[in-house]
Design a protein around this ligand. Structure first.
Ligand SMILES: NC(=O)c1ccc[n+]([C@@H]2O[C@H](COP(=O)([O-])OP(=O)(O)OC[C@H]3O[C@@H](n4cnc5c(N)ncnc54)[C@H](OP(=O)(O)O)[C@@H]3O)[C@@H](O)[C@H]2O)c1
Length: 270
């Protein structure tokens, strides 16, 4: 779809990928409503990317709060004069042993990573369907196609988001409204704390710059792509996992042992 002139609601705008994606979309001529929880950071970002032709608006919102989703879409629609694209980018992660998981943390993870994108899509869809155009973009993860040890809850949420995206894309096939699911690989943002970064370094995991991910997301949107996995080896790994998961088990069980070691170390350091 044409990004220039399109009205985009971007969640997670204050995070690593969001902060890179907002200027990338603005540079391509989009008009943006930026959502996140931190009012000051949002206002600063809106100021940085605004220009006379396309002023960006900041819409502080906590997506874990019931009722916030329809309200956010309503505000974005009002301030942009419509919505053409919803980018569900806000997310949280969990790097932990599942047996010791905290119930509140699990509920929060599901709320932000699954419930919020579904409710935002539900609120935005009537506007998109009325015009018979537009796109719902869901930012998933490679962990949405490959279950990673010590990321069981996070993997579960991203598998859910990928399933939602696939089903909705098929449901909307005759409507003119598109659905894009894009799965970044590891990206250098604050989402990955010291233990996760140590694991990545130990396992030689490739880590993308958020700016590179932002360009890939904008290109996928402009190119009307449906499902994109970032990273050549990761794409192969995803296919292999779908066809022959037993082969992938061996390498991920080994990676799980390294993950357990880094979790123990980070616990001891606290
Ligand atoms: N970084 C990676 O390695 C990686 C890899 C694959 C996929 N992804 C996905 O990419 C997306 C962006 O991640 P990132 O790396 O940019 O993470 P990040 O730097 O931690 O940013 C996360 C964003 O989500 C927002 N958010 C979290 N909880 C929220 C809530 N309750 N209400 C509203 N906003 C909330 C944060 O806002 P606050 O600033 O207010 O907390 C922040 O803007 C996520 O969906 C993530 O799963 C990331």
């Amino acid at each position: 779809m044409k990004i220039a002139g399109s009205r985009i609601l971007l969640t997670g705008a204050t995070g690593g990928i969001g902060r890179a994606l907002a200027p990338e979309l603005a540079r391509r001529g989009a008009r943006l409503a930026l959502a996140g929880r931190d009012t000051n950071r949002l206002a600063r970002l809106a100021g940085e990317i605004s220009n006379a032709a396309a002023p960006a608006v900041s819409l502080p919102s906590d997506l874990a709060r019931p009722g916030s989703h329809a309200e956010l879409v309503r505000c974005a629609h009002e301030s942009l004069g419509g919505i053409d694209v919803l980018i569900n980018n806000a997310g949280r992660s969990r790097f932990s042993a599942f047996a010791g998981e905290d119930e509140a943390a699990l509920r929060d993870l599901i709320e932000v990573n699954v419930t919020a994108p579904l409710l935002l899509a539900r609120a935005a869809l009537p506007h998109l369907l009325q015009r018979g155009t537009g796109c719902i973009v869901n930012i998933g993860s490679v962990f949405g196609a490959i279950g990673f040890p010590y990321h069981a809850a996070y993997s579960a949420t991203k598998f859910a988001l990928r399933g939602f995206s696939e089903a909705l894309r098929r449901e909307l096939a005759d409507s003119g409204v598109k659905v894009l699911y894009i799965a970044p690989r590891a990206t250098a943002t604050a989402m990955n704390g010291p233990a996760a970064r140590a694991l990545m370094a130990d396992t030689g995991t490739a880590v993308d710059a958020p700016e590179k991910v932002a360009v890939a997301i904008a290109d996928a949107l402009a190119g009307d792509r449906q499902e994109v996995t970032l990273g050549g080896p990761e794409r192969i790994f995803v296919r292999l996992n779908a066809l022959l998961p037993g082969i992938v088990d061996a390498s991920l069980v080994k990676q799980g042992r390294i993950a357990a070691h880094h979790l123990l170390e980070s616990k001891a350091a606290k």
